[in-house]
Ligand binder design. Sequence first.
Ligand code: E4P
Length: 219
Amino acid sequence: MRFFLDTANVDEIRKANDMGVISGVTTNPSLIAKEGRDYAQTLKEITTIVDGPISGEVKATTEKAEDMIREGEEIYALDPQHMVVKIPMTAEGLKAIKALSEKGIPTNCTLIFTPAQALLAARAGATYVSPFLGRLDDISTVGMDLVATIREMFDNYGDIETQIIAASVRNPLHVVDCALSGADIATVPYKVLEQMLHHPLTDSGIEKFKQDYVKVFGE
Ligand code: E4P
């Protein structure tokens, strides 16, 4: 399983990229709005930091397929080597995914909450589907079951190449379960990446090594 960073904050993206563990970034309208910066410029800057797929979503106000296609082409044109067009799971969204994929533009179908939605997105030609675990957990439905079911379903058909991005990841346990459930990618907020790094025994172990070393060898 690979890691994407789920944020539009360029400082976090730089720090995570420097760790050498992320191979892409996902954003959404809420995450970019939180940064208070220009939408397209933010995406463009992210493409200069991470050399991998960068998901940029069509505007939250866009509902018609033809508008999503036009916007998708603009997003893709920001950096054709890296940009992936994120499209919400609607009938119009599926039409847009189909049209963009026929033009060779990669897409990420977002807001997936059922296996059936994931199958539709795959058949429309989505490069990625994004099942939202945390938001399902929030309404007392086991989000991880969705990832496992999509994995099993996609594996039944050799012609489905759509990759599963486990999204709405809220903690390190989610990450481990994503890997066990066969997600291709987990997109994680920076906070979760930091939580994954630490363990109290690692921290106290480092401190003890330091003290023992200094006692004998000095600073
Ligand atoms: C990523 O593609 C999603 O937009 C994101 O993971 C949603 O996460 P949230 O449910 O924590 O907002």
